[in-house]
Write a protein that binds this ligand. Structure first.
Ligand SMILES: Cc1cc2nc3c(=O)[nH]c(=O)nc-3n(C[C@H](O)[C@H](O)[C@H](O)COP(=O)(O)O)c2cc1C
Length: 295
């Protein structure tokens, strides 16, 4: 792909699905509003200028994040804004040495937060057993992710760049200690925010054809295969340009063949329990149900 593809094209859809991908499988778009156009042009940015952010950026991103839907309006998330270079440096190290965490002026750490609800329960004299259940943790992760993504959309609309830092989950306890997170909270994902370095040249990364992800009425796994095949042709030159020779399927296999051990995720379940999320009580209360239904 040529370097000119970093420039906005007439159709953001062409970049989203890659060269030629729409020739056989056109996608009809509703009117291309500013919001849709911005979303379709998303690309992760991994090179930043050291320029500071305007003071209004952080509260704007938080307002955007708080505008995301949240399950039952429970608002089971918080965000820690980190600008201190030493703290960013330590968090970059915990995230496997990702340099963009150091480069960019702001790291937002999105937190699944059951602590606030538990504090409300304690003040009310009512321990909130419901927060021990796995579902509350799932809700907190979903809430945090929706909030974070709203911040991404807002940041990009301001001409800023972002990159998520899932690698913070390699060290949940150390990240919690660094951020002073109380029990009942855990960092879900980091988000670097800054001014993109134009020399970075990040491009829109094509996605799977819609036929691989869109099912009408019922799910059809077999029907996806030709679409996944077609994606290989689109993404292979993209990866080659980035110096990555693997196919997308190869990358899926390589990443997931071993259950997380090499990435430090193996202990995530126990780390969550240690942080007071998905507590063992959840497993105890669900056990009798399984026994009753056993033959
Ligand atoms: C939950 C999550 C965690 C991620 N963690 C990292 C990360 O630790 N480091 C990184 O460079 N990119 C990270 N990314 C960015 C993805 O690699 C990127 O979104 C993906 O390759 C697609 O590229 P695009 O965002 O440019 O379309 C993460 C993205 C998500 C959604």
């Amino acid at each position: 792909m040529s370097s000119t593809s970093t420039l906005p094209t007439a159709s953001p859809l062409a970049d989203r699905y890659g060269p030629g991908a729409l020739d056989d499988r056109p996608v009809d778009l509703a009117p291309l509003t500013e919001a849709i156009d911005g979303i379709l042009r998303h690309r992760t940015v991994r090179s930043y200028l050291p320029d500071p952010l305007d003071d209004a950026v952080l509260p704007t991103l938080v307002a955007a994040a708080q505008s995301a839907p949240t399950s039952s309006n429970m608002q089971f998330w918080s965000v820690v804004a980190v600008t201190d270079p030493d703290r960013k440096d330590r968090l970059a190290a915990l995230a496997g040495g990702q340099d963009h965490v150091r480069q960019a002026p702001l790291l937002l750490v999105w937190v699944a937060d059951l602590a606030r609800a538990r504090a409300i329960g304690a003040a009310h004299g009512t321990p909130l057993a419901g927060t021990d259940h796995l579902d509350s943790t799932v809700v907190a992760f979903v809430d945090a992710a929706l909030a974070a993504q709203n911040a991404v959309v807002a940041a990009e609309s301001l001409g800023l760049g972002t990159v998520y830092i899932g690698a913070l989950r390699h060290h949940p306890e150390e990240v919690a200690a660094e951020l002073g997170l109380p029990p009942g909270t855990v960092a879900v994902v980091g988000l670097v925010v800054g001014h993109p370095d134009p020399a970075g040249g990040e491009r829109v990364k094509p996605r799977l054809p819609q036929g691989a992800v869109l099912h009408r009425e019922t799910y059809d796994l077999d029907a996806q295969a030709p679409h996944v095949d077609a994606y290989e042709d689109v993404i292979a030159p993209f990866y080659r340009d980035e110096g990555l020779s693997e196919s997308w399927r190869r990358r899926v296999v390589d990443r997931l063949a071993v259950p997380g051990t090499q990435r430090g995720h193996a202990h995530l379940h126990s780390a969550l329990a240690a942080r007071g999320l998905c507590r063992p009580a959840d497993r105890l209360t669900s056990a009798p149900t399984h026994r009753r239904t056993a033959p």
